[in-house]
Ligand binder design. Sequence first.
Ligand SMILES: *Cc1c(COP(=O)(O)O)cnc(C)c1O
Length: 429
Amino acid sequence: MQRPKSHAIFSRAKELMPGGVNSPARAFGGVGGEPVVFERAAGAYLFDVDGNQYIDYIGSWGPMILGHQHPQVVAAVREAIEKAFSFGAPSPGENELCELICQLVPSIEMVRLVSSGTEATMSAIRLARGYTGRDRIIKFAGNYHGHVDSLLVAAGSSAATLGVPNSPGVTAGTTQDTIVCRYNDVANLEEVFTEHGSTIAGVIFEPIVGNMGTVVPTPDFLQTLRELTWKHGALLICDEVMTGFRVSAGGAQQLLDITPDITTLGKIVGGGMPIGAYGGRKEIMEHILPAGKVFQAGTLSGNPVATAAGIATLKLLRDQPPYEKLDQLGKLLGDGLLAAAHEAKIPATLTRVGSMLTLFFNDMQPTDWDGASKSDTTRFARYFWGLLNRGVYMPCSQYEALFVSAAHTEADIQQTIDTAKEVLAGFGA
Ligand SMILES: *Cc1c(COP(=O)(O)O)cnc(C)c1O
């Protein structure tokens, strides 16, 4: 597959933007080589600037659950644009989107809209600290919550590392109140609460991890999280920026029966436009300014064009739920990819929840970062490039979940499996 225009545009981009991109995940760092530059998208397909077509399994890293350019979402955005781009003042769409969020996610009684997932998690931990009057936050190795300073701490393999920043520019002071625990490790969590319980403001976690590849929590781990936070007066912050409206209309908390104190949302909630949100019980949310004293603000928060896309998307997910179809397609794809790897005698495991899944080049099913990080990323890179050059656009890292959308067909999935078979069979010994 030839991409001369992509190459020319990306070459110039490298002089204009650091690494040629506006977010590192899209730079192909995990697989080497140059990213593809895109021109347009429709349904389950992407079209690059050279006219090549791809089946899309990234969906803009999650938001495009209905596929690209869903006609009802496009119509809603057109209508909104005719009225205004931004008010910086209340508009009815904010009510409508917040009503939908509260309706679909019952643990949320009150919401604050922001413009990204990072803003949502950053604000949620500030709220947890402001509400409890405590400083410490627990997070888990391999869970990603956006580029919040205090959450950018080493995902070290020791059981409980007191936060050590893993980006230059994040000071030791900023991360000193972050405790990193091991995902799915009940004993580790109990130990940390026994030692630090009275100083812990909250625990933030991905209820189904997407950011080390797809990793599923054990029921025991979820129950311990809920019980320990209750017992010690800490808030449980469920980061559903990826899983919200993805694994079910009510997110992972509905699927797994967890009731968090605060939920963070992003990605699908904006239907492809920049929206994030955090919400929870009214009694907690009313600590936010101007109802309460915890400061948080945003010039473009609740933007009318973005809320229009979010409303149209959530209404479609509520009224014509695609989840059964997504699960079937996800299963078809997951089973097919795993079988293709095994046919080629390549060690692999497949983790899937509905339409989010990961083929790990790893003979053990990962349950935490230590396990996930033992995957064969060199083999993954070869697999990725083989697929890309045959028109299948997968996430460019072993440690990202791939997404199926409601616009994918069985034929798309079958074509993908056949392509994966061809690629993997070519690996030889
Ligand atoms: C993507 C993601 C974020 C960050 O959201 P942005 O909109 O990229 O800032 C936070 N948490 C989780 C679980 C995510 O998947």
